[in-house]
Design a protein around this ligand. Structure first.
Ligand code: NAI
Length: 249
């Protein structure tokens, strides 16, 4: 095994699908021992360990992390990727939906890192990467609750990076644009005209196509890498140019 992650152990939440799965594969390929924490950890790629966990439950996170840390021999890298979506304006989501999405998308990250801190503090290359979204930086239509959750992830990243910098724990986030994952497949399937919706999503992308899960995974692995030791408290856009480019239609 070769690569900059040899000797390091990584946790990826929501690693059974999409961006998380691609991240687990990349980390493993670069030498990390990898454990996925997911509601359904079945069917993982070869060499990746799976542990059933719900990031909205403290006991579930604590038990799975403890088991994973023993299996891997520690925790050096945490990728907070598990997340759920929501559509609608502030007029559309119930209070229970608000509580549920914020609980999974924001509090879930605090739970996972809170429980992983004792191991991260022991690591010589501790790093956390949170998965935010372009929704944190752009006003997207019909995404009030989801955007609020991802904006909170961005702010939480900066606060965590500050709190733990003196302990040698780096904290960064990625802000992906629309990525071609099972999640987006499900969103498209709900649209009145899925083919037209896919064309509209693609047209929004200055690069003319959706982002791939592998491209997001590559950015996550870059931030997590011990070679990125001076990078903390940053947000890396992986969005095909959506956030900052203004191309002529
Ligand atoms: P996905 O739906 O393909 O995968 C999400 C994974 O998270 C699934 O394996 C699911 O079982 C797991 N999960 C969901 N709730 C969980 C919980 N309570 N506890 C543990 N695991 C749980 O989604 P995708 O597209 O790969 O998204 C991953 C992350 O990327 C999410 O945080 C999402 O908000 C973010 N993102 C996705 C974008 C996209 O266009 N696909 C764009 C920007 C951000």
């Amino acid at each position: 095994m070769s690569g900059e992650f040899v000797g390091l152990s990584a946790i990826v939440t929501g690693g059974s699908s999409g961006i998380g799965r691609a991240t687990a594969v990349h980390l493993h390929a670069r030498g990390a021992q990898v454990a996925v924490l997911d509601l359904d950890p079945s069917g993982l790629p070869e060499g990746v360990a799976g542990f059933a966990a719900d990031v909205s439950s403290r006991p579930s996170v604590a038990a799975a992390l403890a088991e994973a840390a023993i299996t891997l021999g520690g925790i050096d890298v945490v990728v907070n990727n598990a997340g759920i979506g929501a559509t609608g304006t502030v007029a559309d989501n119930t209070d229970d939906e608000w509580r549920r999405v914020l609980d999974v998308n924001v509090v879930g990250m605090a739970r996972v890192v809170g429980e992983a801190l004792p191991w991260l503090r022991r690591s010589g290359h501790a790093s956390v990467v949170n998965v935010s979204s372009i929704a944190a930086l752009n006003g997207l239509p019909g995404r009030a609750l989801y955007s609020a959750s991802k904006g909170a992830v961005l702010s939480l990243t900066l606060a965590m990076a500050t709190d733990h910098v003196r302990e040698g724990i780096r904290v960064n986030c990625v802000c992906p644009g629309t990525a071609d994952t099972p999640w987006v497949g499900r969103l498209l399937a709900q649209a009145e005209d899925p083919a037209a919706e896919r064309v509209a999503l693609r047209a929004r992308q200055p690069i003319g196509r959706l982002v791939t899960p592998e491209e997001v995974a590559n950015a996550i692995v870059y931030l997590a890498s011990p070679r990125s030791g001076s990078t903390t408290g940053t947000a890396l856009d992986v969005d095909g140019g959506v956030t900052h480019l203004r191309v002529r239609p």
